[in-house]
Structure formats: C-alpha cells, structure tokens
Design a protein around this ligand. Structure first.
Ligand code: FES
Length: 279
C-alpha cells in the first residue's frame, strides 16, 4: 500500500504565489497607497515655491530657507531676512524652480529613502521583492544580491543621519519661533501643529538604527562595570525609540505632510489660524 508523506519545506513558485491564507497583501497595498500619496504631494508642494510661510509658521518642507527671491513674501513665501544666504542667486541653474524646498529636500528625502524600515516597506510594496514573507517575488528566480551592486548606496544612510539630526534642531527652532509673531509671544493652532511635528520627527530620528549604533551600539560595554552611565542611559532611550521606529516613521510622515498643508492653507487664506495674536 502506497504511503503519502507530507512534503516539508519549499514554497509556491511565481509572483504573489503563497501558501499563506491571511490577508498578507493588505500591508504592502496600504504602504503603496500612502507612500505614493506622500511622494506626489511632497513633489507638488516642493515645486510650488509659494504659500510655505504664514507668519510665524514656516512649512517644514521649506526649512531652512537658504535663498529666497525678493518678492517671495507677496505670495506666501519667506521674508528676505529669513533666507540664510540672502536673495536667490543669479548663478542658480535656471531649470530649478524658484523654490527653497528644492535645495534642501534631498537631505530628509535621502534619510527616509535609505531608512532600514522604509527599505523593507518599499522593497515589498513597490519592488515586490518579495511582497511579503513566504510570498513569491516579482523577480522570480533571479540571483539574490541583497543590498549589493546598485543598492550599495543604501550605506549612505549613516551619513544622511547626521543631516537629519541637524534638521531636528532647525525644526525645533521653527516650532519655537511659531510662538512669536512680530516679536510678540502667543500661541496658535499652527504653533501646536509645528511643535507636534518636530516631536514626531525627533522620535523618528532618535530611533534610527544608525543613531543607536552611534551613541552606543558600536561598543561592547557601556555600563562601566554595572554603573548607570550617561552613555547607557542614552542607549536605552534610543532603544525605546528604535523599538517603535515603524510607528514614528508613519506618524512623522503624516505629520510633516499635514504641517505643510496646514501652513499652505493658512497662507492662502483658505482656513483661519485660531491664535492669541488676534488675526
Ligand atoms: Fe530608519 Fe535610520 S533606520 S531612520
């Protein structure tokens, strides 16, 4: 009598082929939709070059303002004194739109694009390699190269992290300035929006794997023979944020987009900013 033994190991062949019975596709699909929305909105907003400032609120997509055209304030741009290096220079390539955002977004963009969490997310939802655990990849039987060859640039993440830390402090300054209009202290909905945004961005940045490595992960021992050192305390804090990195990646993604939208709508006069300054 023939005996049928169960087959152990192996997996279904072909793109999206799987033995899984759960809704594994929901995560990659949601990621695809949200990331696409973010990329489209960010690109559109960065190319506008206007309505990125509503005194005293500056959109995070446009901070810091390195150069500004002299009349920017007339169409919701930065006042001339806000530009770190003054007027938009004549030597700037003419194909660039007159938008301060196009000069700085490469830094936070590179940080997110090379983030370990985002890599997993977009490898799955955009490249389908693979779309999920134990799900057939789009690439089929092509040789697996990992993050070598073209993807070697992902190693730039540790350098992008240094710029990201700088941006946290710049956005903190913007949030602080969001509580002063013409030198008068006060508070508006925008002040809170800018503050929440920088808190979420800081939570995301301080949970970065490269940051955690920088402040302690590279050492074998931080406790100095069992004592609670500053290094150990910092490492534990970073570990707390690191364990929630995906959460803060999503929250900060939403917050930075919504903060720009809020500033833009206030600057355009579409919505009113409730505040203590009176107008
Ligand atoms: Fe995600 Fe560094 S690993 S920001």
């Amino acid at each position: 009598m023939a005996t049928h033994l169960p087959v152990l190991g192996g997996h279904a062949e072909g793109f999206t082929a799987t033995a899984r019975t759960d809704a594994w596709w929901q995560g990659p699909l949601i990621t695809f939709v949200v990331f696409s929305t973010f990329v489209v909105y960010t690109t559109w907003a960065a190319l506008q070059g206007d309505h990125y400032y509503a005194n005293p609120y500056l959109s995070p997509f446009y901070s810091p303002v390195l150069f500004a055209e002299p009349n920017a304030l007339l169409h919701g741009g930065a006042a001339p004194h806000m530009a770190w290096f003054g007027d938009w220079p004549s030597w700037m390539p003419h194909f660039l739109p007159l938008s301060p955002a196009v000069l700085i977004l490469i830094f936070p963009g590179a940080f997110r694009f090379t983030c370990y969490y985002y890599r997993k997310a977009y490898y799955r939802s955009f490249a389908g390699s693979p779309p999920g655990c134990a799900v057939g990849p789009l690439a089929g039987r092509r040789k697996y190269r990992g993050e070598t060859a073209l993807l070697l640039f992902q190693n730039l993440h540790r350098y992008a992290m240094y710029f990201a830390l700088l941006f946290v402090f710049i956005l903190m300054r913007d949030a602080f300035e969001g509580f002063f209009r013409f030198g008068r202290p006060g508070i508006g909905v925008g002040s809170i929006v800018l503050t929440v945004n920088v808190v979420l961005i800081a939570c995301y940045t301080f949970g970065c794997h490269s940051f955690r490595h920088l402040i302690g992960g590279r050492k074998d021992c931080m406790s100095d023979c069992g004592k609670n050192t500053v290094a150990l305390g910092s490492f534990r804090q970073a570990t707390w944020f690191n364990a929630r990195h995906m959460l803060f990646a999503w929250l900060s993604l939403f917050s930075v987009m919504l903060t720009d939208l809020y500033v833009r709508l206030v600057s355009m006069g579409v919505i009113h900013d409730f505040n203590t300054w009176g107008k």
